[in-house]
Write a protein that binds this ligand. Sequence first.
Ligand code: FAD
Length: 408
Amino acid sequence: MTQGALNAVVVGAGPAGLMAAEVLSAHGVAVQVFDAMPSAGRKFLLAGRGGLNLTHSEPLDRFLTRLRPHSALLESQLRDFTPDKLRAWAEGLGVPTFVGSSGRVFPVDMKAAPLLRAWLHRLRAAGVVFHMRHRWLGWDGQGALRLAGPQGEVRVQAPAAVLALGGASWARLGSDGAWQPVLREAGVEVAPLVPANCGFDVAGGWTPHFASRFAGQPFKSVAIEVDGAVRKGEFVATATGVEGSLVYAVSARLRDQIATQGQAQFRLDLLPDRTPEKVLAEVSHPRGSRSLSSHLKGRLGLDGIKLGLLHELLAREAMHDPAQLARAIKSLPVNLASTRPIDEAISSAGGVAWPAMDDTLMLRACPGVWCAGEMLDWEAPTGGYLLTASMATGRAAAEGVWRYLQGL
Ligand SMILES: Cc1cc2nc3c(=O)[nH]c(=O)nc-3n(C[C@H](O)[C@H](O)[C@H](O)COP(=O)(O)OP(=O)(O)OC[C@H]3O[C@@H](n4cnc5c(N)ncnc54)[C@H](O)[C@@H]3O)c2cc1C
């Protein structure tokens, strides 16, 4: 590293690390970025595949309630780097954004690649140096960073380093959580990484009949109730369980129930726009010679996967008892045995514990080392919260490094 000039290292070229590099470089710090993967921002690019949801337009106070567990530090970092500032930042990279009907904010072209390209171009032009295919392994006895590169292990001594190594989902894109034991060994408290915004396996699995007919199909316009809280939306049946936006929205509660009670349950309302009385009246309506299926389709529009699930989960007698059937249509218990593996999740919860860091995100156990992004102990639903908080913490860590370097 350059002697004399202010310099710093960032490990991890995801949105948190890139934001840290940008802020440091704007302060005139010489920044070197290391990443294990052959190219930067792989998960960011994947996030763009279904439409890059950069942030959310709801009022900031509401936005802040989405991040758990509550951290005063994370809150102040998001008050410094608000969703509006993130939108202005994207605009500054030539990527205007718009607010979708759900309040979520997307680039006008919905894509991540043009934004990432422009960002990396601007960083390189500002002098940020990238070293790809360099996996951080820990520190040597002198406090230098150990990095396994294409030419073998290199040691990098820097006065300040930001670790922005991500969580532990989609390991093939780089964030594999392998940093957990390294930091624990260094005396840093790390809450175990667990899946967030994840799918689940149903207890006992689906029958082969249900799985073969309905895996991959959506439950549209339904509502899920967990612990008395009801949400409307849609989700998908998988070969072994359920996944998709409505399930992700309640996944933290379900995951925690499984952790404490060994299993979890949600109640599914297959017809949230109809009252229980109306459903009972329609189910009880004399059906003459019509089959139960055509009766339910004709009177309630119930068919396909919704009808399939009733047959899957209800005993034959209950299917033919109007009161039980009507109750099930409005509140069908679905039992879950386990979360899907963390590698399949959208994000992870757990990570570097807040008390392990000072208010600039420097590790108390490792002076001169900061952490940022999804590797910190917070979680949030989908909706743009993950990227916003990752970038906000990247900025905060960089500001901490800057103040620290000036004091050296
Ligand atoms: C399918 C999918 C869709 C998503 N869509 C959205 C969305 O629309 N909106 C949203 O807000 N969020 C979304 N997310 C979540 C979002 O992408 C992440 O929360 C965000 O990328 C986290 O940023 P980060 O910089 O903390 O970590 P990451 O983006 O995971 O980056 C970490 C970097 O560190 C590197 N690294 C890890 N370990 C080492 C090591 N030992 N040595 C060197 N380098 C290492 C990795 O290679 C990686 O480049 C999505 C996630 C997924 C999986």
